[in-house]
Design a protein around this ligand. Structure first.
Ligand code: ZN
Ligand code: FE
Length: 261
């Protein structure tokens, strides 16, 4: 593993039907992956690019995010990092809110943020200008509330949305074309959203991922980050929702659950 590569490289590996496994590797080919829902596509990338897989970061316990982790850890000797939740095993290092994860290979550092909502023990990893947010924040959307309350999810999204504008948002799924359809129904007059929706459709028609997006882009376009903005407030008014931002968020999340394109 002594092939020199120019810099840190980040790429999404498509997996299962619409998951992304994020691969980050340094100039020496030391690599980590985030949320390997299956082992095989990671194995192929590791072998094709002659990488050494040192760490596996997990955001939450759902099978489409952890399914390949034990196998990869065993085959490559990688350490599994995950939130404190007995539903995730095996794990070598448990993390919780406020922890700083310092890795030597690849050389990088991540802050751990607990972001309950999609699940109760969901965490996000923020560092090196990247945010690995699993199924909490999607481009133009957010995760379903399987375990948490709207208040928890809104608080989680509020924490993520104040990270630096240039942050690369690395989500767990390629949902952008789908989330755009709903977003356009609630914020139809947002020009940045219309542009992003069109860009996403064009990208997917020819194949490349729509991710990572930047946090600045999400703040301008993602309705779930815009409950304090006029466009979403106007939607709430029409839908008969009280002006309160939490009720507006809850109504938005429910409308998305019921939305059929
Ligand atoms: Zn999930
Ligand atoms: Fe998922």
């Amino acid at each position: 593993h002594h092939v020199l590569r120019p810099t840190m490289q980040l790429r999404p590996i498509p997996a299962l039907s619409d998951n992304y496994i994020w691969l980050l590797c340094d100039a020496q080919g030391q690599a980590l992956v985030v949320d390997p829902g299956e082992a095989e596509p990671v194995r192929r990338a590791i072998e094709r690019h002659d990488l050494a897989l040192t760490h596996i970061l997990l955001t939450h316990h759902h099978h489409d995010h952890v399914g390949g982790s034990a196998e990869l850890a065993q085959q490559f000797g990688a350490r599994i990092v995950a939130p404190a939740d007995e539903r995730i095993a095996p794990v070598h290092h448990r993390v919780r809110d406020g922890d700083v994860l310092t890795l030597e290979k690849p050389k990088c550092q991540f802050s751990v943020l607990e972001v309950p909502g999609h699940t109760l023990s969901h965490v996000a990893y923020f560092g090196a200008g990247m945010l690995f947010c699993g199924d909490t924040l999607f481009s133009l959307g957010c995760g379903r509330l399987f375990e948490g309350t709207p208040a928890q999810m809104l608080a989680s999204l509020d924490r993520l949305s104040v990270l630096p504008a240039s942050t690369k948002v690395c989500c767990g799924h390629e949902y952008t074309v789908d989330t755009a359809r709903f977003a356009l129904t609630v914020d139809p007059d947002n020009p940045a959203l219309r542009e992003r929706a069109q860009q996403a459709r064009q990208l997917r028609a020819s194949g490349p991922p729509t991710l990572p997006a930047t946090l600045a882009q999400e703040r301008d376009t993602n309705p779930f980050l815009r409950v304090d903005r006029d466009g979403i407030k106007a939607w709430g008014k029409k839908a008969g929702v009280k002006a309160d931002r939490l009720q507006l968020f809850a109504a938005l999340r429910q409308a998305k659950d019921e939305f059929r394109a």
